[in-house]
Design a protein around this ligand. Sequence first.
Ligand code: SAH
Length: 466
Amino acid sequence: MNGLVSLIGAGPGNPELLTLLGKRRLEEADVIVYDRLVNPAMLAPYAAEKIDVGKLPLHHKVSQYQINDMLVDLSKAGKRVARLKAGDPYVFGRGGEEGQYLSKNKIPFEVVPGLTSAIAGLAAAGIPITHRDFASSFHVITGHRKSNGKELDWENIAHQEGTIVFLMGMAQLPTITQELMAHGMADTTPVAVVQWATHWKQRAVSSDLANIVKLVEETKITSPALIVVGGVVQLMGDLQPHQPLQGLHLLIPYKQDSKLCNALQDEGAAVNFFDRRVKRPLAFDLPDFNAGGTLIVIDFAAFHYFQERLLTMGIDNRALTNWKLVACNHIVKYRLQQDGLLADELYDPQKLDYQRPVVFIGEKTALTSYKPAIKADYLATYQSETVDQSIDLNAFHGIVFPSSAAVADLYTGCTSDEQELMRHMRCFAMGQTVADECQKRGLQNVIEVKPSYDNVIQTVRKVFAR
Ligand code: SAH
């Protein structure tokens, strides 16, 4: 049976500006086919296979024909397909054409609308697309000249009463401003350019028709951006949010449902993520449960994979009845307890009379650092792999580290040049252990913060107070 293809609007960029239906479709999808402008942080929570068909302006990665055929082929293979497009799928970006092609090929499809950047992106920069005093209509226009060379009707556009928004217009900005002025629009008409609206790296500048090109050059604002022409631009000053952490760019580790991210964003900070290490489950033999022994848990994730394995064998935690359960530290003990298991004791490297056999359970590389005085077996249930970070650290004012593992993940995933940069960056370490890990890595600008989100926010505010 052909799978449903959903043409989904991702919204302008902030992952939380996706619709609830869009979110459900991404959860249900077997494959997500997404564009260049879709924020990668938005895709992280979903298990589906992800295909990037993003087109860079001059390097067409995958042609529109290939995308159309890909959607049809995936559906015919019975896959549920989420075709994720920036903004609203039917505002430029060729969503209509994809729908037509699916329809022609008798593929079941639907459209899940999204917030278009043309409206929501302006709002994020403090520009209401209409306002009683300035504009009672709006016009969304492509600045991208059509391949058939047909020019826009400048005479008509220059004489509209309402707000004019150009999408895909940055390469044509000089032409756009000249044509509008040449066709009678006052050179003092306010103009704003909003880049990466609602993304963490959003930037906006405003001026007037006569001067915007120069300003854009000076500030190096480039595509993707919205060009807004009209009186509503004057409201930017009044309607821009003025929150305590406004204008700060902070880097934090990725975590699903990140409370830290919400807390910082709610105070106005722009937050981006770095990737955590990837955990790869390993194949392993289970110990002989009948004999009994001591299971020393190095980290909870490792134990979790162990539990999963038990379940696939048709057994559960009760198999450990004759075993002593030893937690490597308080955090592991707490996590085990949350899972309904009380550790018998905390691991003591000096102790020699653990009930045998003794089995250490943990991550493959981490286990090698345990060299106990007693004879022990090692059970590696997963391996953690470094992820190349490739993040422009210069774009951030600071990094918040909630755990020492997060410090290690970012540091080991960076090139040596990036590590050098990181050493001088302002880092907020949540707790003493995390601060110690920062020090161990040679980070020199570390501020230890008591581990609560409130404390992080208060400290960040104090440090960056202008
Ligand atoms: N369907 C999209 C538009 C696709 S055309 C929508 O409804 O928003 C691509 C153009 O949209 C870009 O060249 C840029 O002009 C604009 N755009 C999309 N997202 C943007 C964003 N977050 N910030 C600024 N411009 C954006």
